[in-house]
Design a protein around this ligand. Sequence first.
Ligand code: NAD
Ligand code: IPM
Ligand code: MN
Length: 359
Amino acid sequence: AKTYNITLLPGDGIGPEVISVAKNVLNLAASLEGIEFKFKEMPMGGAALDLTGVPLPDETLETAKQSDAVLLGAIGGYKWDKNEKHLKPETGLLQLRAGLKVFANLRPASVLPQLVDASTLKKEVAEGVDLMVVRELTGGIYFGKPRGFGTNENGEEIGYNTEVYAAYEIDRIARIAFETARKRNGKLCSVDKANVLEASMFWRKRVIAIAEEYPDVELTHMYVDNAAMQLFDTIVTNNIFGDILSDEASMITGSIGMLPSASLGESGPGLFEPIHGSAPDIAGQDKANPLATILSAAMLLKYGLGEVKAAERIELAVLNTLDRGFRTGDIYSDGNKLVGCKEMGEEVLKSVDTKTPAS
Ligand code: NAD
Ligand code: IPM
Ligand code: MN
């Protein structure tokens, strides 16, 4: 059998709950396609801080780098919120993304027919929504220098960050976005704040330059405030706008508990994670929706390993489970069967096992 090494990073809060479910689903889908996985679980985030004193231990990053793909649950929690910057779980996540050089974060958001009722939008508006946010992940204000704390000319305390993009960073994410748009409906919208920010003016200039390589893709531009109002199609945007717009997109689809993501670089293992966080408010209660992580596992198979059949097995199993009426609290509406994280996982497993799931 084909063998792959997968690094699992359960992290904090609901992270371990959703990872344990997704691991079983991944294992079963793969084995039905003649694939074998070797899993290695490593500490990350708050869990790693408690265990080793740092949010991303060298051994965790090394293991991740040497594997074929990385599946992450979520990190963070109240306990570490007051830590100094370099000792925050979130800093570990940024170090992981930078360490794996995964600059392209694909965040698809589509309204599944089964979940139209869970959308915050009216049925007529929500139906058929199918977005892809292509988020730049290793640059911009998250990483820009200068940054820090200090004092201004009046002796007042200040905190500051810098939004900065080099041409090569914009060019490479733009190319990924044009390729993505080409495979979808041939339309790409670049989202920026070029009416105010120099970094955005430069972003727009580079995206326009790269567009010459893709004459078949129709490029438009939109300011981020306007884009927040009328999200659509394939969007390419910077690190921080992509973070915000993808959470916004999640509500259209019904819940943040549904949205997966894939983070890819030029080479090396991809990083796959739900877009949601550690949800401390429901952690340890078996209430988390594991579907975002299960769908991230499907993206791992498809984008990370090129194992499209096993990926489709998982996607179909999720649809089938929803067809059979199973819902966690975040996507529940009248008449559904309310289940917890574990039971949802078991129902998905049953569907993975069926050769030809319904619908
Ligand atoms: P969050 O995404 O953790 O939670 C926001 C809301 O959505 C909460 O009400 C939560 O219960 C709900 N929710 C999230 N995931 C869910 C799921 N799978 N099923 C059902 N409900 C779900 O965002 P937050 O509360 O702003 O952040 C909590 C912690 O997570 C913070 O420490 C933050 O830094 C961290 N965080 C981590 C990641 C990550 O690991 N990639 C992403 C976002 C936030
Ligand atoms: C996400 C999260 C992270 C981000 C945080 C936890 C660093 O919100 O993955 O969307 O801002 O990228
Ligand atoms: Mn986010």
